[in-house]
Write a protein that binds this ligand. Structure first.
Ligand code: SER
Length: 448
């Protein structure tokens, strides 16, 4: 089943349960000081949950473009090194605004997965919140009761989880509540019989993963950390679309689904480096296919790379892609901009903004690639030399001044210096770097 078809099945299912299908909100957030990017499907509904706005309809569903690269939810460094982390991803969600609650949320999730999509029950697990006395939130016996009605063998299949995994919060403040997650075990049968999937839930196993999070929004986390009950109870669910595609397309990696393969094939065509040959190429191909999406969608939503805030986050993502292209695929000329048409072909039917702004997105990416490549080659060679010098001297801390010179003279970003050091089990003397920065600031004030 193709990804575009799967998205439609999700919409149709929830339409049949009385939901209105609404468009994704922009991925770039312009009017919320606590958030730069949409990091969850519920962001656009925050004010409804808090009771500041009345909902015009009380059941909606959609596919939301999300980006998790800053703040509480940040996956950037993981991306490319495993099969299931992404910067930008789509979250399929259904919402109840003060309407249905745990019973329907659980029953419908179960019906969609096991009846409509025919995922075998013996691959699924559900987690529920074990409760927390400090927060004064009880164990979620209600969710437990409904899950018991779903599974044939609930004793094995329902797991209690702590606040870390089963109490969902958007950020430091805002709407939140206990959650119940559906996990799936897609390992081979032989492995499954050796070790039950329940032992691997929330342990970072790439084939025993969370698929859908059902959040029961009941509280507002205030600035002082106190949980205040909300006037009404709401449902906020989020299912990782790329993961669902992986499961239904019988793959073991999100990057093997058509969502990514269409783009990876295009990168391979341009670079002459096929997927599945060497780990070095594969990591670079995954990084670039992921980052292309994040950067293109951000530009389509009006956020271009720049030197501050959201623009800087986008710049860092794009530069990370350029760096992996350079070191992993030997691409010393701009090429990422040439991938935008393939992305627009794959995702444009759901997100027409990609098609409408295709040329503009390509142009911005081209300019950014071109200017960064100038500094990258030189900077990387200098880094290599500094790292080997440190190694010879048995040291693992790069002096702040060296990093500052790289930044000041060549425009080599300090976060990239730090990243490369980390990859080599080294780190930067950040205090030294900051005092060099301060010194330079006072020098320029004196000069002015
Ligand atoms: N808000 C929850 C999440 O982002 C479910 O949508 O995981």
């Amino acid at each position: 089943m193709k990804s575009n078809e799967l998205r439609q099945i999700f919409f149709e299912f929830f339409r049949s349960k009385g939901h209105i299908i609404v468009p994704s909100a922009p991925m770039v957030v312009k009017n919320d000081p606590t958030l730069m990017f949409t990091n969850a499907g519920m962001n656009q509904f925050k004010d409804i949950f808090l009771g500041n706005h009345n909902a015009t309809v009380n059941r909606v569903a959609n596919s939301q473009k999300c980006l998790r690269v800053s703040g509480k939810h940040n996956d950037l460094e993981e991306v490319g090194h495993d099969t299931y982390h992404h910067t930008m991803f789509e979250m399929l969600g259904n919402w109840s605004f003060g309407d249905y609650f745990k019973k329907e949320a659980i029953e419908w999730a179960w019906e969609l997965l096991t009846e409509r999509l025919k995922i075998p029950e013996d691959r699924l697990y559900a987690t529920i919140f074990e409760g927390n006395t400090e927060e004064n939130v009880p164990k979620d016996d209600e969710a437990l009761m409904y899950w018991r009605e779903c599974f044939d063998n609930p004793g094995d299949r329902i797991i209690e989880g702590s606040k870390k995994d089963n109490f969902w919060e958007m950020g430091d403040t805002g709407p939140c509540g206990p959650c119940s997650e559906i996990h799936i075990d897609i390992r081979e049968d032989s492995e499954r019989s050796r070790l039950p999937g329940r032992e691997l839930i929330n342990k970072g196993h790439p084939q025993v993963i969370e698929l859908w999070n059902l959040v029961f929004i009941q509280y507002n986390r205030k600035n002082d950390g106190v949980l205040e009950p909300l006037p009404s109870k709401h449902v906020d669910t989020g299912m990782g679309f790329e993961r669902l595609c992986m499961v239904l397309q019988g793959k073991k990696s999100n990057y093997d689904t058509d969502i990514f393969q269409d783009i990876i094939t295009e990168i391979s065509r341009i670079t002459g480096k096929p997927y599945g040959k060497t780990e070095k190429w594969d990591t670079a191909l995954r990084v670039i296919s992921d980052h292309l999406r994040a950067v293109s969608f951000s530009i389509a939503d009006g956020q271009i790379p720049s030197n501050n805030k959201a623009g800087y986050v986008i710049r860092r993502i794009l530069r990370r892609a350029v760096r992996y292209g350079y070191t992993g695929l030997e691409m010393e000329e701009p090429f990422i901009f040439r991938l935008v048409p393939a992305l627009a072909r794959t995702m444009g039917s759901q997100y027409p903004e990609l098609v409408a702004r295709e040329d503009y997105i390509s142009k911005i990416i081209f300019e950014e690639e071109q200017s960064f490549l100038k500094t990258l080659g030189k900077g990387l060679r200098m880094m290599e030399k500094m790292i080997s010098d440190l190694r010879k001297e048995n040291r693992n801390v790069l002096p702040g001044r060296a990093a500052f010179e790289m930044y000041d003279t060549f425009g080599f970003p300090v976060d990239l210096t730090q990243l490369i050091l980390r990859e080599n089990d080294m780190h930067l003397d950040i205090t030294g770097f900051e005092s060099e920065m301060q010194l330079q600031k006072s020098r320029s004030r004196e000069d002015a």
